[in-house]
Design a protein around this ligand. Structure first.
Ligand code: FIX
Ligand code: ZN
Length: 398
């Protein structure tokens, strides 16, 4: 075997990725597809950074059109300030990966150069080595759900997931939506289940998902509708992905950029795993405070798979520390990352930043094994990296 670091680099860059949680849509679904450097600059991570580090008010910002918003973010965060945050670096990674020299250029100049690249979504997927990605599909958002009436997109690459937040947030709206579609005199419980059945048939999802704050997590176990949903998920052998610890709208004026962190009690996660031993759970926690307990829960329940570094956890310093902890407690039996990309071009930076950390971490663990006389072969590394970037996710959802 060649030099371990080099070998790792080659293997990591040649391994296909199964991206288990994104907010992306195929390019033919024009109303929801987001791409290009203007949209990348409109990312809500950057909006929050702009609104907290400049004099721009939320009102003034949101009154601008998307192009002017991107222009302002570029001027404020990339020209006037040093773009050192993770979200800012992400933009620079994208530009430099296409060899766009951005120094001293205006947003319009950069945007024009970027548009000239004429990138398709498949170009970006190929460049990032994404074989499949999972979308976030809300069956109670009828505009968004129109995607499944269309046949002009590749459902082998873009996989569906059923996002069920609305059932907790607005059960009456969901019951009404189900009533309108099912046109049957069923009770509320059966209506929802029948509606989910229809959504399942239309979209062929790989899991269902829900994001929860503290109170929602602690009461999920006694939620009537969800007790039937758990049964339904078990019958379908469909995992439920739990995104834990988000407190929506801690600053309402910031709109989508205004969500924060809540303090969850993970004993309820363990209770769910015990109460529904035949159900499968995917889980990611938003707060650093929860990562140790989550990892221990991942070692105590075989029906849960930890995944990714969600949102505020997606910071290189935190990833390095917590991924080492996960390996120390779980070996390679977790799904280390997802992109959470909202704009297709973000796949480039989300995954390339992660690969740098993965390389560093694997190098240190393999080196320790070598010190103990363990033989590391190229085949072994290929198997491990494939597990981490793809197979663990695929095995769990199938
Ligand atoms: O709930 C989620 O799936 C979150 O990932 C998003 O709602 C959030 O806005 C986001 O984009 C985080 O990366
Ligand atoms: Zn998400």
């Amino acid at each position: 075997m060649k030099n371990l670091k080099e070998e790792l680099n080659i293997i990591i860059n040649n391994t296909e990725i199964f991206d288990i949680h994104t907010h992306l849509f195929p390019s033919n679904f024009k109303t929801h597809y987001l791409s290009g450097i203007g949209e990348v600059l409109n990312y809500h991570y950057l909006i929050a950074e702009l609104l907290t580090s400049t004099n721009t008010t939320p009102n003034a910002f949101y009154n601008l059109n998307n192009n002017d918003r991107a222009k302002l973010i570029w001027e404020e965060l990339f020209i006037k300030q040093t773009p050192v945050s993770e979200a800012c670096k992400g933009v620079l990674t994208i530009l430099s990966s296409f060899e766009i020299d951005y120094s001293s250029k205006s947003f319009d100049q950069i945007n024009n150069e970027y548009l000239e690249l004429n990138l398709s979504d498949q170009d970006i997927l190929n460049r990032s080595k994404i074989s499949n990605l999972v979308m976030t599909n809300n069956p109670f958002d009828l505009e968004e759900w129109k995607l499944f009436e269309k046949k002009d997109w590749n459902s082998d690459v873009y996989l569906a997931s059923l996002r069920l937040d609305d059932i907790l947030l607005d059960p009456n709206k969901c019951i009404q939506t189900a009533k309108n579609k099912i046109q049957d005199n069923l009770n509320e419980r059966d209506l929802i289940i029948k509606y989910l059945d229809t959504a399942y048939e239309q979209s062929n999802p790989v899991y269902a998902a829900i994001s929860l704050n503290k109170d929602q997590l602690s009461t999920l176990i006694e939620n009537k509708i969800f007790s039937y949903i758990f049964e339904w998920l078990k019958l379908k052998n469909l995992p439920l992905s739990l995104l834990l610890g988000v407190k929506r709208q801690i600053n309402k004026e910031f709109l989508l950029a205004g969500d924060g962190i809540d303090r969850v009690d993970l004993s309820y996660l363990s209770k769910l795993c015990n109460k529904y031993p035949k159900n499968k759970f995917l889980c990611s926690c938003l707060s650093l405070n929860d990562q140790h307990e989550l990892t221990v829960i991942g070692r105590k329940h075989s029906n849960i798979r930890i995944f990714g570094f969600w949102w505020f956890m997606n910071q290189p310093t935190l990833i390095e520390m917590i991924m080492n902890l996960r390996i120390e407690l779980l070996g390679f039996n977790f799904i280390p990352q997802h992109s959470d990309a909202r704009v297709t071009d973000q796949l480039i930076y989300k995954w390339s930043h992660f690969k740098v950390i993965l390389n560093k971490i694997l190098f240190s663990h393999y080196s320790e094994l070598v010190l103990r006389g363990f033989k590391i072969s190229e085949e072994k590394i290929i198997t491990d990296v494939n597990k981490l970037l793809s197979k663990n996710a695929l095995d769990f959802i199938s």
